[in-house]
Design a protein around this ligand. Structure first.
Ligand SMILES: [Ca+2]
Ligand SMILES: [Ca+2]
Length: 252
């Protein structure tokens, strides 16, 4: 599945700063809350979220949560929204964080998932990172994802995969890929009982598409490791290690 890129929907994504005064988000500061329609109206105004021919908004809020995203003591808002067309369309992560006397309002593309699964304090510093999902293969709940990580800066959430190379990609994501590859090998093994048990959960991870997706994910990690001159830790899964080292050395 392609990323948003040249899609006209790129208007949906970006970063804006609005004053506390003009903001329909003031309910966040005084504790009265923010309703879904206010959020959609803000999306239409700031990011040109689409409206129907009759003026009705086609974007809708799926879920929202108020919490302190950037550890400054002020409540912030995170929302998952989508256009009411297809479950396969990209979802929108919408965040609003207080920064001085303004709100930094930002939208990022993601795909299947919920808010809890999108936010994670990967480095344990108390400030949440956003994990935006990209489907590399499969679909719906059985998809295999790549994650892009955005971390808070005074300019908003910025793309910072490199900062989490070890804490996320090596420590958390590589074991996930290793598990998929190992399950795939299990299915192909002559041990029929093992296959029967594993089949329902891994039917999605044995095709060419899926192996290609694993290879793509490993290539991206290899690229980051090359840029950071980092070596894999000794306890890395041997199969994954071989593949990454081969990509780093021979490009495949
Ligand atoms: Ca905050
Ligand atoms: Ca953090």
């Amino acid at each position: 599945m392609s990323r948003i890129g040249s899609d006209p929907k790129e208007n949906y994504f970006g970063i804006r700063s609005i004053s506390l005064e003009e903001s329909p988000l003031k309910g966040l500061s005084d504790g009265s809350g923010v309703n879904d329609q206010d959020i959609v109206n803000l999306g239409v105004k700031l990011f040109r979220w689409s409206s129907g021919d009759d003026g009705s908004h086609r974007c809708q809020v799926n879920s929202k949560k108020v919490l302190d995203l950037n550890k400054d003591g002020n409540s912030d808002l995170v929302v998952l929204a989508e256009e009411d067309l297809s479950p396969y369309d990209p979802k929108i992560i919408f965040t609003a964080c207080r920064s001085g006397d303004r709100w930094v309002v930002q939208t990022l593309p993601t795909t299947f998932g919920d808010i809890d699964d999108t936010l994670s304090d990967i480095d344990g510093d108390g400030s949440f990172e956003i994990k935006a999902k990209e489907v590399l293969s499969g679909g719906n709940y059985a998809a295999f994802f790549w994650f892009d990580i955005y971390a808070w800066t005074p300019d908003g959430f910025t793309h910072q995969n490199h900062r989490f190379l070890e804490s996320f990609y090596i420590r958390q994501y590589l074991p996930y890929i290793a598990g998929l590859l190992s399950d795939s090998a299990g299915l192909l093994s002559p041990d029929k009982e093992k296959c029967r048990i594993k089949e329902p959960s891994i039917a999605q991870c044995i095709g060419e598409d899926e192996l290609w997706a694993c290879h793509l994910a490993l290539s991206r990690i290899a690229e980051m490791m090359k840029a950071a001159s980092l070596a894999l830790p000794d306890d890395t899964d041997a199969g994954v290690k071989r593949k990454i080292e081969s990509i780093m050395r021979y490009g495949k």
